[in-house]
Design a protein around this ligand. Structure first.
Ligand SMILES: [Zn+2]
Length: 97
């Protein structure tokens, strides 16, 4: 039984099979783009979540959900893999390796 070919989480290009390490990206540019977007989105979600808990304004949870839905649409439109397709064991890949 063969596994499906792995692809870069950012650009979707095929990744070479490497028995010594798991790889989610084809190179530093894709790793950097993915992680920079992740950080930028995290800051947005942090502000929305804090606003929801601290200010307790009506509709704040809906705004948080809508923002996440927008991220999902952006990923889909850009042809990026679904979030859960990226290795959950190594969510913070800010350095090589
Ligand atoms: Zn790539």
């Amino acid at each position: 039984m063969t596994r499906p070919p792995k692809v870069c989480a950012e650009c979707g290009e095929g990744l070479p099979r490497d028995r010594t390490r798991q790889q989610d990206f084809c190179g530093d540019a894709c790793r950097s783009a993915f992680n920079n977007r992740r950080k930028r989105r995290g800051a947005i979600l942090y502000d929305l979540a804090m606003d929801m808990r601290v200010n307790r304004r009506p509709g704040s949870f809906t705004r948080l959900q809508q923002q996440i839905d927008q991220f999902i649409r952006e990923d889909r439109d850009a042809g990026r893999k679904a979030f859960n397709a990226v290795n959950p064991e190594r969510p913070c890949q800010t350095t090589k390796g």
